[in-house]
Design a protein around this ligand. Structure first.
Ligand code: ZN
Length: 405
C-alpha cells in the first residue's frame, strides 16, 4: 500500500497522526551510538522524509519508538525504529531542527545552482547535502573566484528579497513550457519547486516557504572532481557557524603571529623569508665549523697499519646539519675516512678520500643488514637513516670494523 507523503503538501508539518500498517523485526542497524535491534514500520501516511534525491532522511519518534533510518521503497516509506510499535493509531514527531536545517540547505542548493546556470551558464549535474558541507557539481569551464563570489552574491540578493517558494504540479511537457530546464523522463504528474522569478526544478524534497528562511549562502572551496567542478557551500545557521569558525581561526593565527588578521599574509611571507635567510646563514656557519673540526679530528687521529685514518664519531651534542660538511671536509684529506652517526636522529654519513680504497656502499649495505635503516650512495660517499636511532653506537662499531681496511 502506498504511503501518503504528508511532507509533499506541507513541509512544515512536525506532528501528525497515522495508523501503523505493519511492524516487522528487521536486521540490526548500526548508528553512531552502536549496533541495535531494529523494526520496520509502515504507516498509512507519514511526514518523515526518506533519504533520497540528495537530501538526508529525517529523525524523530513514532510514539515511544526512535527513528533510526527512513528509506524510500518505491511507493512506500519504510521507517526503521528501535522498538516494536503495536498496529493501530500512533503519533509521529519529526526532529525539527534537523529537518529545518535540511530544508535551508536544500532550498539554498536550488537557488545557488540557478545562479550558476543563469549568470555563468554552468549547469549543476549533481548535488549532495552532507551533515557538515553541501556540494554541487558544475559542468563547464573552471569557475574563477569572481564567478563563485558572483553566484553567491546573486543568490543572497534573492534571499534578501524573501521571494516565495512554492510547489507546482504538472506533466513533464507542462513543466517544460513553464521553463523547467532539466529533462525528465518520468511519466504522469510531476512535482516541481518554484523560487519566484529565479528557478523552477522538478524535486521531491522539502523546502522552506520563502527565500528569506534560507538565511544566508556561503560558498566555500571549489575543487576539480573528474570532469566537473565541485563547489562546497553552507546555508542558514551552518553559514553562521562556518563564518565564526573562520574568524576564530584567523584570530588564533594573528595571536601566534602577533599581528592583526589582515596582516597575516604579510607576516607569513616575512617569516618565510627570515627562515630562508637563517637557514642559509646556518649552512654557512656549519660549513666553517665543519672545516675547523675536520682539521682537528684528522690531526688527532693516528693512522692505522696501512696508513689510513678512520675518524669515527657518534655525535650527540651537535646539530645534524654538521654531519654533511664535516664528513666532506674530512674526506678531502689523503687516505682519510669519516664515519659519522648522529645520535638523536640516527642519520649516517660515511665518506672517504678515494685513496682510502673502501667500498662504502658495500660497508653501508652490510651495516644496515644488522642495524636496520635506509640509504645509499657511491663507493666514496653514502648517507642513511637508522630506523632506531638508539642503535647508533652499535652501527658505528660495525662500520669501524668493516671500513678499517
Ligand atoms: Zn529540491
Amino acid at each position: 500500500m502506498a504511503t501518503h507523503r504528508l511532507y509533499y503538501d506541507d513541509a512544515y508539518l512536525q506532528n501528525f497522526e497515522a495508523r501503523v500498517v505493519s511492524c516487522e523485526p528487521t536486521s540490526p542497524i548500526t548508528t553512531e551510538s552502536g549496533t541495535r535491534a531494529a523494526w520496520e514500520v509502515l504507516l498509512d501516511q507519514s511526514a518523515f522524509y526518506p533519504g533520497s534525491g540528495g537530501q538526508p532522511f529525517d529523525l524523530g519518534m513514532i510514539d515511544e519508538a526512535r527513528i533510526l533510518d527512513v528509506r524510500d521503497d518505491g511507493e512506500e516509506i519504510v521507517h526503521i525504529v528501535d522498538r516494536e510499535v503495536p498496529v493501530g493509531a500512533v503519533a509521529g514527531c519529526v526532529d525539527w531542527s534537523r529537518r529545518f536545517d535540511h530544508m535551508q540547505q536544500h532550498t539554498g542548493q536550488h537557488l545557488l545552482s540557478a545562479m550558476f546556470q543563469e549568470r555563468y551558464g554552468l549547469p549543476t549535474v549533481s548535488f549532495h547535502l552532507g551533515s557538515e558541507i553541501n556540494t554541487i557539481d558544475l559542468r563547464g569551464r573552471e569557475p574563477q573566484q569572481a564567478t563563485l563570489e558572483g553566484a553567491q552574491h546573486a543568490a543572497n540578493a534573492v534571499i534578501f528579497q524573501d521571494r516565495p517558494v512554492t510547489v507546482r504540479y504538472g506533466t513533464a511537457l507542462q513543466l517544460a513550457e513553464l521553463g523547467v530546464r532539466k529533462e525528465v523522463d518520468r511519466q504522469g504528474i510531476l512535482r516541481a519547486i518554484e523560487i519566484e522569478g529565479a528557478d523552477l526544478q522538478p524535486c521531491g524534497g522539502t523546502h522552506v516557504k520563502s527565500t528569506g528562511q534560507i538565511g544566508m549562502i556561503l560558498v566555500r572551496r571549489c575543487v576539480k572532481i573528474r570532469q566537473d567542478w565541485r563547489v562546497e557551500f553552507v546555508c542558514g545557521s551552518r553559514a553562521e557557524r562556518s563564518a565564526s569558525a573562520d574568524y576564530l581561526l584567523l584570530k588564533r593565527l594573528g595571536e601566534s603571529l602577533s599581528c592583526a588578521s589582515e596582516e597575516i599574509p604579510a607576516a607569513i611571507d616575512k617569516g618565510a623569508a627570515e627562515r630562508d635567510a637563517n637557514f642559509k646563514a646556518l649552512r654557512a656557519a656549519m660549513q666553517q665549523l665543519g672545516e675547523a673540526r675536520a682539521k682537528l679530528l684528522v690531526q688527532e687521529c693516528a693512522p692505522g697499519p696501512s696508513g689510513i685514518r678512520v675518524v669515527a664519531k657518534l655525535m650527540n651534542d651537535e646539530s645534524s646539519e654538521l654531519l654533511l660538511p664535516l664528513a666532506t671536509e674530512i674526506a678531502k684529506n689523503e687516505r682519510a675516512v669519516a664515519l659519522l652517526i648522529h645520535d638523536e636522529t640516527g642519520l649516517v654519513v660515511l665518506a672517504q678520500h678515494p685513496s682510502a680504497g673502501n667500498d662504502l656502499n658495500a660497508v653501508l649495505k652490510q651495516m644496515l643488514g644488522e642495524v636496520p635503516g635506509k640509504g645509499g650512495g657511491t663507493k666514496d660517499f653514502v648517507r642513511a637513516k637508522l630506523m632506531d636511532p638508539s642503535k647508533g653506537a652499535a652501527a658505528l662499531e660495525l662500520a669501524k670494523k668493516l671500513a678499517a681496511g
